[in-house]
Design a protein around this ligand. Structure first.
Ligand code: ACO
Length: 430
């Protein structure tokens, strides 16, 4: 029984609704009995104010700029962990012991290869195919090749194996899709390399031009993936939960999550940021023109990389990424005019009344694309990088939804179309 209640008065009748509380100060009015008690539903377009579940994976406070995975601050994880370690934490709920870590890494190695029949998939896409489309469709197809996920007794089945398989194989799929797009021979995963080094090697190693794996690049990639690893009930994660709530398998649910992430208002934003910066650069750095467009209510244009549904202060991930960005540029001695454009744009936005009034600060996507560029990753692969990072979050959220025996997701609506009408036969219509 809840200690606190909310009172709702409709037509002079008072209804009592329980208030539930999370670990921190977050509270919610539990409306699960509202329809039964009152005959009314709630209307909340864009789920601005709707809690769809309780969850013990990620905590974020948008006003204070706090983000914790399983209770650990993002700053500590990004500074001290590898992506694989954080993936384990998110999926299993605890930081791994060294033994657990070895076993998880071993699973990642044994599941890194794709079934050879799947290699033909890559031949059937045009070389211009979007890597996000390849990732989404190929992840969906994984269930045909690895259906043992539903069989916990199978040595290659069960949850732990499936989680490692998804993390490992999506990295291979991402690198193969890039190799196919540039017409280079595929580079297979190496059992000797860690997660990030393996990915970079599969992307950039060539028979005539061996790729030198630089620890600075590996470290920056680990950081970026950690920062993307989960972000509670965002658009793609909610999609994964919603699809999974119908009983669809994990691969199908995550494939849908990849599609949801693709849009420029979500994971596609890192790609759109670069395109925006390139446009400003090509336009003789006419910042004012783009700021004016973004502020013009008759123009749908927005400054990509600014604003967030939940953060109303600096996105803590953006702060870490900005630091990582400066570091890697210095370490690699890279010069990119877009970094200067980004910094100047941020400076102008931070002094602009329009953006200040609406609490629009740089989000995680503002600087991430610039780092990926410095690593040599092409722009159309940026959303795929986001998807690789988000994989542990999707897996953990899907599993939590299953363990909570969540009902099938099924929002309601308020119908505003025609009232019932008399049918008119075709011959009588004019
Ligand atoms: N540029 C200009 N104006 C903006 C921007 C922006 N980037 N973002 C929000 N606004 C304005 C809106 O026009 C609105 O103004 P109004 O109150 O005068 O009507 C106000 O700020 C509030 O914006 P909403 O659209 O209501 O905020 P919402 O929470 O629905 O949207 C979103 C959040 C989608 C992230 C939005 O800020 C946006 O479109 N940003 C650019 C795209 C982007 O960077 N997406 C990546 C987000 S991070 C992620 O998914 C990993």
């Amino acid at each position: 029984m809840s200690e606190h209640i909310a009172k709702l008065i409709i037509d002079n009748i008072t209804y009592e609704l329980p208030i539930i509380k999370g670990t921190s100060d977050d509270r919610a009015i539990d409306i699960q009995q509202l329809l039964k008690k009152t005959g009314l539903i709630t209307l909340d377009s864009g789920y601005m104010n709707t809690g769809a579940c309780t969850s013990s994976i990620t905590y974020l406070d948008g006003k204070k700029g706090i983000l914790n995975y399983r209770g650990y601050p993002i700053e500590d994880l990004a500074e001290n962990c590898t992506f694989t370690e954080v993936a384990y934490l998110i999926i299993h709920g605890e930081l791994p012991t060294s033994e657990a870590m070895e076993s998880f890494k071993h699973d990642m190695v044994r599941f890194a290869l794709l079934h050879e029949d799947m290699i033909h998939f890559f031949d059937s896409y045009p070389s211009t195919a979007s890597p996000m489309s390849i990732l989404s469709t190929t992840v969906n197809a994984l269930h045909n090749y690895y259906p043992e996920m539903d069989d916990a007794d199978d040595p290659y089945g069960g949850y732990t194996a499936t989680a490692a398989r998804l993390l490992s194989k999506t990295r291979t799929i991402a690198a193969f899709s890039y190799k196919k797009s540039v017409g280079h021979p595929l580079v297979y995963p190496s059992p000797k390399l860690d997660y990030c080094s393996n990915f970079l090697n599969m992307m950039f190693d060539r028979p005539n031009l061996p790729y030198e794996i630089m620890p600075e690049v590996v470290s920056a990639l680990n950081k970026l993936l950690i920062l993307h690893a989960d972000h509670e009930q965002n658009c793609s994660t909610s999609t994964v939960r919603l699809v999974g709530s119908s009983g669809a398998n994990l691969y199908a649910s995550i494939s849908a999550g990849v599609s949801a992430l693709w849009g420029p208002m979500h994971g596609g934003a890192n790609q759109a940021v670069i395109e925006m910066l390139e446009n400003i650069y090509a336009d003789d750095k006419d910042f004012e023109k783009y700021l004016a467009k973004a502020k013009d209510k008759n123009d749908p244009y927005r400054l990509t990389g600014f604003g967030h549904r939940v953060y109303k202060t600096f996105d803590p991930r953006a702060r870490i990424i900005k630091e990582a960005c400066d570091k890697i540029f210095e370490q690699l001695n890279v010069v990119d005019p877009l970094l200067d454009i980004a910094k100047e744009l941020e400076e102008r936005v931070s002094n602009d009344e329009y953006f200040l009034k609406r609490n629009l600060y740089p989000n995680v996507d503002f600087y991430s694309g610039i780092i990926y560029r410095a690593m040599g990753i092409p722009t159309n692969m940026f959303p795929v990088m986001f998807a690789l990072g988000r994989m542990p979050g999707w897996i953990a959220q899907w599993t939590e939804m299953k363990e909570d025996r969540s009902r099938i997701g099924r929002p309601r609506q308020i119908y505003t179309g025609h009232a019932e009408r008399e049918f008119v036969a075709m011959k009588d219509r004019y």
